[in-house]
Design a binder for this molecule. Structure first.
Ligand code: OGA
Ligand code: MN
Length: 292
């Protein structure tokens, strides 16, 4: 297995390994070490079934349950409970209508975010498999929140060191004007607390924990908090921290949600884009609080 660094250095392109088949412990450890060094790894030509994707994912921890992360009723799910359906498809495998509520909710993925930052214990890795990809738009873009943190001036680092934000799907969807949530959904999306600066458990590196789900800073007036979070995000998404992935069918892209943000770019939603994500559960909260 080899890893080649892509610009600007936090994304590695992996070759020489078939990850659809069971890994040896040494292979799994090499991939995990690559994740700690880079934060995003790209594998090409990996035609996964859902079960194979699950088996590969389990090398890195336990799978996060997808409940509480969307507005799709269990009876309308296209994929198994352990897979986040990041496609633009309904249960009939056809593109959702333009005004379909699930589609409008999923458009939130076009905002910079870290997966499951709206959960009290947020995600470790995400593994996204491109089963049917589009070639116009539909890129997944990433930014390195470790490098973005390192580049802040000392006064800003001191100011943010102990700040706590509240994150919720209510905030990210609200930014796009998606506010029609039921009482049950509002309760399910109750805000959770996250540190604004977090420390990676393996490398000890600090990173900015930004996400479109962040809507308040504890103790701050809301408009001031949101304006500041926007400034930080603008800083953190400059091109020296940025990489765009253009998908080929059967790419598997794996990222560390503890040290990156990502978003999908707009594409022609009448075309099929079948993307399936497994998510590795995080091991700890960034702030002590009750679990959901
Ligand atoms: C995700 C996500 C981006 C994409 O899978 O978490 O945000 O490219 N997807 O679909
Ligand atoms: Mn995401």
């Amino acid at each position: 297995m080899e890893i080649r660094a892509l610009n600007p250095g936090f994304v590695g392109e992996v070759s020489g390994i078939d990850i659809t088949q069971p890994l040896t412990p040494a292979q799994a450890a090499a991939i995990e070490a690559g994740m700690d060094q880079y934060a995003v790894l790209i594998f090409h030509g990996q035609p996964f079934t859902d079960e194979q994707q699950k088996a590969f994912s389990l090398n890195f921890g336990s799978l996060e349950d997808t409940t509480g992360g969307n507005v799709t009723k269990a009876s309308e799910k296209r994929l198994g409970a352990f897979m986040a359906d990041v496609s633009n498809l309904g249960p009939d495998h056809k593109p959702l209508a333009r005004d379909d509520r699930k589609r409008l909710f999923n458009l939130g993925n076009q905002l910079w975010h870290s997966d499951s930052s709206f959960r009290a214990t947020p995600a470790k890795y995400s593994l996204l498999s491109g089963r049917i990809t589009v070639d116009q738009g539909g890129q997944t873009q990433f930014c390195d929140m470790r490098a973005a943190y390192d580049a802040l001036d000392a006064a800003t680092k001191a100011e943010i060191e102990n700040l706590i934000c509240e994150h919720s799907l209510i905030y990210s969807r609200g930014t796009l004007g998606f506010t029609d949530l039921s009482e049950a959904e509002r309760a399910m999306f109750k805000p959770v607390r996250q540190r604004l600066v977090r420390v990676h458990p393996v490398t000890g590196r600090k990173s900015l924990y930004l996400s479109s789900h962040a809507g308040t800073i504890i103790g701050w007036p809301v408009p001031e908090a949101r304006a500041f979070l926007r400034d930080l995000l603008e800083h953190a998404t400059q091109k020296q921290f940025f990489h765009a992935h253009s998908w080929q069918q059967y790419d598997l892209v794996m990222w560390d949600n503890r040290s990156t943000v990502h978003r999908v770019t707009r594409f022609d939603d009448t075309k099929v884009r079948d993307m399936r994500r497994t998510t590795i559960a995080g091991e700890s909260m960034t702030v002590a609080q009750l679990a959901a």
